[in-house]
Each structure stands twice: as C-alpha cells, then as structure tokens.
Design a protein around this ligand. Sequence first.
Ligand SMILES: [Zn+2]
Length: 77
Amino acid sequence: MKNTKVKHHRRKVIRKKTCRLCENKIYDIDFKDVELIKRFQTEGGKILPRRITGNCFIHQKKLTAAVKRARILALVL
Ligand SMILES: [Zn+2]
C-alpha cells in the first residue's frame, strides 16, 4: 500500500525575536555610535522597522532619536 500521508515540512521556524539591544544590555543608544546605528539601517540609510530588527518598542524609539541626531551631524545617512 502506498503511503499517502504527505509530510509537510513547512514548519515555521519559530524564533523568538528578542531585542538585540536588550540582550546586549544596551540601554542608551549613543548617536555617535555609528557602527551600532548602521546595523539598524538599510543601505539607503532608512531605519529598519521593528518587525525586521525585532527591537522592542523602547529601543526602537531610542534608535530613531539617535538616528535623527546622527543625521543632523551627518554621521549617518
Ligand atoms: Zn530593547
């Protein structure tokens, strides 16, 4: 008898997206920390949305503020 049971291997990789900044215990994002800021930007200099980075609300807000300040000083795009 043919085994008709079709095994779907579409199991979603449920990876708990944790905020990397919380994980690394970074509570204040320094706008001078260009390397850090750039990690959360696209190549074009856009801030990556939270659903992509997995940042928590607090850090996303802090990041946005840091990016804005860094932009004024032309540290980042
Ligand atoms: Zn966080």
